[in-house]
Design a protein around this ligand. Structure first.
Ligand SMILES: CC(C)(COP(=O)(O)OP(=O)(O)OC[C@H]1O[C@@H](n2cnc3c(N)ncnc32)[C@H](O)[C@@H]1OP(=O)(O)O)[C@@H](O)C(=O)NCCC(=O)NCCS
Length: 209
């Protein structure tokens, strides 16, 4: 049966977005920089066929993914990556729609098969909600196929701060806007990501020495 696309839209209330997230100490989460389109493409290409289908809500070619990744790290977009031993294994993309609709953004999530169901997607959802709030995004759209239970389970974890509407639209996220605390939390998370990456690189170098 063909999958039907659904827009998952989630309403965000003022609350700590990290509370519902799991934590994984296996890897490091940090934002990707524009020069990392190749790493993003490699990660998306590693997704199993089902996951690739769910991520892009349909079948897409390898060439499409390579072109997509090049465009994904454009100015204004925020892409968090989860790295294990220096390899990008999961990503959360936040793409504002543009200056005409500055309060609207699309988000997308991808976790490679062996790492699914261990809390990474939930953690990345928290980071994405925080980044959206801090950029004045009021409406976040996650496109997902209607039977994507994992994505729906993640959204439900944030129900304390998210209001859901069911029907064609699964949920709606309207951002409460940045606060000094939410801005500080993103800065602190970025700092942790930077330190984690340095330590990760050091341990890789030690292992290969
Ligand atoms: C969807 C995706 C991002 C979720 O990431 P993840 O790291 O696997 O998710 P988490 O481990 O944080 O959470 C998954 C939740 O779904 C639940 N779950 C898993 N399979 C389920 C199922 N068949 N039915 C209901 N819930 C299910 C898990 O129990 C878990 O909830 P819990 O933590 O309360 O137990 C990831 O699986 C993925 O990349 N899928 C392919 C791409 C995709 O679908 N992207 C989303 C659209 S953009």
């Amino acid at each position: 049966m063909p999958h039907r696309n659904n827009n998952m839209r989630i309403m965000l209330h003022r609350k700590n977005t990290d509370e519902a997230a799991h934590h994984s100490d296996q890897g490091v989460i940090r934002k990707l920089i524009p020069g990392e389109a190749g790493a993003l493409a490699a990660h998306l290409l590693r997704l199993e066929p089902d996951s690739r289908h769910d991520r892009f809500t349909g079948g897409v070619s390898d060439a499409f993914i390579v072109g997509y990744a090049r465009h994904a790290l454009r100015p204004g977009s925020v892409v968090h990556g989860w790295f294990v031993d220096g390899t990008l294994r999961a990503a959360a993309e936040l793409h504002p729609y543009g200056p005409r609709t500055p309060a609207l953004a699309e988000a997308a999530f991808s976790v490679e098969g062996p790492f699914q169901n261990s809390g990474i997607g939930s953690e990345l959802m928290g980071r994405t909600i925080l980044a959206a709030r801090n950029r004045g995004i009021r409406l976040l759209v996650v496109r997902c196929v209607v039977d994507n239970r994992r994505m729906q389970a993640i959204a439900r974890k944030y129900r304390a701060e998210l209001r859901f509407e069911f029907g064609d639209v699964v949920g709606e996220l309207a951002n409460a806007g940045p606060t000094p605390l939410s801005l500080a939390r993103e800065m602190i998370a970025d700092g942790h990501g930077f330190v984690g990456s340095v330590l990760d690189l050091q341990s890789q170098l030690l292992r290969s020495a």
